[in-house]
Design a binder for this molecule. Structure first.
Ligand SMILES: Cc1ncc(C[n+]2csc(CCOP(=O)(O)OP(=O)(O)O)c2C)c(N)n1
Ligand code: SF4
Ligand SMILES: [Mg+2]
Length: 310
């Protein structure tokens, strides 16, 4: 008879267990998605010492605080530029962003489309719970038409973004959409996204019973999962524009895009730097580096208020 140790969990080595219990509500889908991400990371064999998770602000963004690796809980909407800068400076690291629909597509909307256009080599997991969960359930750019939120008490009159479709047409290398119900397929897609060189985006539709579900006849977390079970249709490599989500209608989940490898943003940057260095002498290269270091020092003094007035 095998004995099960109830005091440990197979993902403990990837979690800062000392920070538990977590902040998420009972029945929230974020933990399910984080579990899929960590299992995918384990399956792919990513070294936690060479992997970084970046998040923005929101319930989803709290994930970065629970993973046992270098992680950065950045300001609202700024996870993507932070991650792109990190990857450009330290290309040997595996850089993932784990954040919410509001953070990535509302305040951070410009950043994500341009990071996809540049094919920055980062993996983005975007949890779409149709609302701003953390701040009490306001209208998000993903709220379905007619959705009731604290800022649309009579129903939403705006068309939501089709997130996976938007990123597919922006220039990404890998795009998929699943739900918190499709756990195995989600895990496999995250594995592919982590292995892909170039911009990868996995959208995960997920339940927020507290801020969105209870205002939209899905008070019980299982109500949203039943909704996903009823309306999700698995289709791969569709025209991304077919990926719209309308309430009470079937919607598509699956792999939207899996492009052949193209040079990434970092490849192009390093190529450019290399070319510049090829035409210079060792002394000029040293001067170039010192000059950049001087600029950075001056900048950090100005930011920390110690700079000379100009
Ligand atoms: C600059 C700025 N604006 C607004 C906020 C308030 N704020 C915190 S989290 C959040 C929305 C988070 O929504 P989402 O990214 O969808 O995450 P969720 O909580 O739904 O997981 C907002 C508007 C903030 N922290 N900073
Ligand atoms: S408010 Fe919503 S998204 Fe935030 S933890 Fe609760 S259920 Fe999850
Ligand atoms: Mg949200």
């Amino acid at each position: 008879m095998s004995i099960i140790d109830v005091n440990t969990h197979p993902l403990d080595e990837y979690l800062r267990t000392e920070r538990l219990p977590h902040v998420w509500c009972p029945g929230c889908g974020i933990g399910t998605v984080l579990g899929a991400y960590l299992r995918a990371m384990k399956n792919v064999g990513l070294d936690p010492k060479k992997t970084v998770m970046v998040s923005g602000i929101g319930c989803t963004g709290r994930a970065a605080g629970y993973v046992r690796m270098d992680s950065f809980h950045t300001t609202h909407g700024r996870a993507i530029p932070f991650a792109v800068g990190l990857k450009a400076a330290r290309p040997e690291l595996n850089v993932s962003v784990f954040s919410g629909d509001g953070d990535l597509f509302s305040i951070g909307g410009n950043h994500i489309i341009h990071a996809a256009r540049r094919n920055a080599d980062i993996t983005v997991i975007g949890i779409n719970n149709f609302t701003y969960g953390m701040t009490g359930g306001q209208l998000a750019p993903t709220t379905p038409e007619s959705g009731i939120t604290t800022t649309s008490p009579y129903g939403n009159v705006e068309s939501p973004f089709n997130l996976a479709g938007l990123i597919s047409v922006s220039g990404a290398s890998y795009v998929a959409r699943w739900t918190s119900l499709h756990v195995r397929r989600l895990e496999k897609s995250i594995e592919k996204a982590l292995k892909k060189r170039g911009f990868s985006f996995v959208e995960v539709l997920s339940q927020c019973p507290t801020a969105y579900g209870r205002r939209n006849r899905m008070k019980d977390p299982a109500d949203t999962l039943k909704y996903f079970q009823k309306y999700a249709v698995v289709k791969n490599h569709i025209n991304p524009l077919e990926g719209v989500i309308e309430p009470g209608k079937p919607f598509i989940v699956g792999e939207f895009l899996d492009e052949p490898e193209e040079p990434t943003f970092e490849d192009k940057l390093w190529e450019l730097t290399k070319t510049e260095f090829l035409h210079t002498s060792q002394a000029e290269r040293t001067e170039w580096i010192l000059e950049h270091r001087r600029h950075l020092e001056m900048l950090s003094k100005i930011i920390s208020g110690r700079g000379e007035e100009r």
